[in-house]
Write a protein that binds this ligand. Structure first.
Ligand SMILES: Cc1ncc(COP(=O)(O)O)c(C=O)c1O
Length: 383
């Protein structure tokens, strides 16, 4: 007797280059880079930097080794260092704080809004002090921070702004691209990002040619010309193979984001109808490019087990707010000090959303999340 095959596993994300034509084009460009022998900097890197700056509608883009190095170099370009403080939301990937630590400054961790999960102007205003040199709003999940009020606060205080747009490539905030609203914007091209390479990579964008010039020097031993070391830099370049791959994938980014937005609307509508909690964008009509689709549940771990049993992957972004990680215990912020971020860490669950997701996969994700929440509501009612 034949047993029915279980439905295929739905991953959290599926990388798009499996498509044969695209894969062939990407392999051809890698071969081209190999033939030139120019694996760092050179024409492919410069070409991608031009394309990415044009895409972001800003004067300069500098390719760097990762999103973390983008943040670090942006802070170094602003001459943020020992003795300085930088405002960072506790509800972010640890890299946002790591970059601050790497330049010798202190991350001043603040809480986030319970509805949007993002840092607001009020959080920044409350954290200002004589040592604060910079704030890093993070466009988490692909949802943009409400930048206008935040920039009013930072400008009045003479505080620089570095945007962490590592999850928000191509998102718009009141018409402008995420990453182009502060002094510098930072991107990661980690493979799973909305624009992802075949390895690590990142970029810093800015309208300021002096800052761009400093980032360019800092990523490559403080040089403008070979062996003339003007400042202390290091090795943090985007390599040419990544740049060539990214230049091709950049052409698809608007389409990829549109597909993510469409899937996001479908999931959001279905979950809203079933009373499932989700972060909301900061204002009506705000853009969201759904790098991650996040739901909230008081029974998050039961939801994840239910999804796993239904063959659906899930993840937690992030299981600990930054101040409760071992790495940042030295900041001395106890449990209870940033209550919204702490609550989110136990309630959030990212569910699959990726371009190319079939209607059947979308339906399975919706059904499983709704089933789990209905079951939990039943348990809660009988308690
Ligand atoms: C919000 C945020 N900031 C920074 C980073 C760091 O990027 P990378 O992994 O390329 O260093 C990431 C990527 O994971 C991120 O999601």
């Amino acid at each position: 007797m034949r047993t029915a095959r279980p439905p295929a596993e739905i991953p959290l994300t599926r990388l798009g280059h499996a498509e044969p034509d695209l894969l062939e084009e990407l392999l051809t460009t890698v071969r081209r880079v190999a033939r030139t022998g120019a694996f760092t900097l050179g024409e492919h890197s410069e070409g991608f930097e031009r394309d990415f700056a044009a895409y972001c509608e800003i004067a300069h883009a500098v390719g760097v080794a990762s999103g973390t190095s983008a943040l670090e170099l942006a802070l170094r370009a602003l001459r943020v260092g020992p003795g300085d403080e930088v405002i960072v939301p506790a509800n972010s990937f640890v890299a946002t704080a790591e970059a601050v630590s790497a330049v010798g400054a202190k991350p001043l961790l603040v809480d986030v809004d319970p509805d949007t999960h993002l840092m607001t102007a009020d959080h920044v205003a409350a954290a200002l002090g004589p040592r604060v040199r910079c704030a890093i709003p993070v466009h988490l999940y692909g949802s943009t921070v409400d930048m206008e009020p935040l920039l009013r606060v930072t400008r009045a205080a003479g505080v620089a702004v570095v945007e962490d747009a590592c999850q928000a490539h191509g998102a718009r905030y009141r018409g402008r691209r995420a990453g182009t609203l502060g002094d510098l914007g930072c991107f990661s091209f980690y493979p799973t990002k909305n624009l992802g390479g075949w390895g690590d990579g990142g970029a810093v964008v800015t309208a300021d040619s002096e800052l761009a010039d400093r980032v360019r020097m800092l990523r490559s031993h403080g040089e403008r010309t070979r062996y003339r070391h003007e400042v202390v830099g290091g090795t943090a370049r985007l390599d040419a193979i990544q740049a060539a791959v990214l230049a091709i994938k950049l052409r698809e980014l608007d389409g990829v984001n549109d597909e993510r937005r469409r899937l996001g609307r479908v999931l959001r509508h279905a979950f809203a109808e079933s009373g499932i909690a989700m972060p909301r964008p900061p204002f009506v009509g705000a853009d969201h490019v759904y790098h991650l689709f996040v739901v909230r549940s008081h029974a998050r771990d039961a939801l994840r087990l239910h999804l796993r049993a239904a063959g659906i992957a899930s993840a937690v972004h992030y299981p600990k707010p930054i101040h409760l990680t071992e790495a940042y215990a030295h900041l001395g912020l106890p449990r209870g000090s940033l209550p919204v971020s702490e609550r989110l860490a136990v309630e959030v669950c990212s569910v699959p959303l990726f371009p190319g997701m079939s209607n059947g996969e979308v339906d399975r994700v919706i059904a499983a999340v709704v089933e789990s929440s209905t079951a939990e509501a039943g348990v809660a009612a009988s308690r």
